[in-house]
Design a protein around this ligand. Structure first.
Ligand code: FES
Length: 277
């Protein structure tokens, strides 16, 4: 029994090592990397921007105030399902008993979607876990098991988060349409806030519908594209977006934070919303 355990552990260990730079089939190179360029720039920048966003989003999510300035509702709080300020709940307040910030009820979905996104995974594996920090740069960890085991196997939940993200995107699009009303509910208004909210949902749409899971949903598991022309057409569109997925991931991250910050400033009366008509 003991020898079986020892054998299994040896096999597991060799599986782990076989995938890393310590593999017996790899060249023995003492230097961590032979790259001469500034390979550290990308992971360093990613780490800095991500950390800034995480800190900002955490503060705003727990703040529980300054998220609505008619007719603008912050994307961090939409749909507002908790005990929200008057005018901000277009879908009722089923969680009005919730004692904390209303953002915490909803943020798990867009946050879960981004955290499990294939592109973000690459970005934060490199910048936070240095696994590896860049191509052709050895990682500091001794073992490597990829996403085949707990906890990282949970990343597979991404395809389900995609459905939730589409719902949230639809709600934010609805909010952007409502932003064409003025504070009295009359249509025909357009302020800088309206423009920012529309740009935000466009960027979020480009990001959400360029998702790798969306690509699989539209064109996956088909034997012959010729027999599914509609799905083939959708798949080609999604594939085009998918090629720019990293850019849309960043743009939409910035736009969400920008819209939230803008509405925060309006709600705090720091400045007035410039109106175009
Ligand atoms: Fe990035 Fe799905 S892979 S959102």
């Amino acid at each position: 029994m003991a020898s079986t355990d020892a054998r299994e552990s040896a096999v597991a260990s060799s599986d782990t090592m076989a995938a890393g730079v310590g593999s017996p089939t790899r060249a023995r190179i003492e230097a961590r990397t032979l790259r001469q360029d500034r390979w550290w720039l990308y992971p360093a920048a990613t780490f800095t921007v991500f950390m800034a966003f995480v800190v900002y989003a955490t503060i705003r999510a727990f703040m529980g105030s300054h998220y609505y300035s008619a007719p603008y509702l912050s994307p961090f709080y939409s749909p507002c399902l908790g005990d929200c300020v008057e005018g901000s709940s277009d879908f009722g307040q089923p969680f009005d008993w919730w004692p904390l910030s209303a953002a915490l009820i909803i943020l798990i979905f867009p946050l879960g979607f981004r955290l499990t996104c294939y592109y973000y995974r690459k970005a934060y594996y490199r910048s936070f876990w240095l696994s590896p920090p860049a191509c052709a740069v050895a990682e500091p960890h001794r073992g490597y098991t990829g996403e085949t085991r707990f906890p990282l196997i949970v990343q597979n939940i991404h395809r389900w988060f995609w459905y939730a993200a589409v719902l949230v995107w639809a709600v934010l699009t609805y909010d952007a349409v409502l932003a064409f009303r003025d504070e009295n509910g009359d249509w025909g208004h357009m302020g800088l806030g309206t423009v920012l909210m529309v740009v935000n949902v466009v960027l979020l749409g480009l990001y959400t519908f360029g998702c790798h899971s969306c690509r699989h949903i539209t064109g996956g598991r088909l034997r012959h594209f010729s027999k599914h022309p509609v799905r083939y057409r959708l798949w080609t569109w999604v594939s085009k977006l998918n090629a720019q997925h990293a850019q849309y991931a960043w743009y939409s991250l910035f736009s969400v934070a920008l819209v939230d910050a803008y509405i925060w400033m309006l709600a705090a009366n720091v400045f007035d919303d410039p109106r175009f008509f």
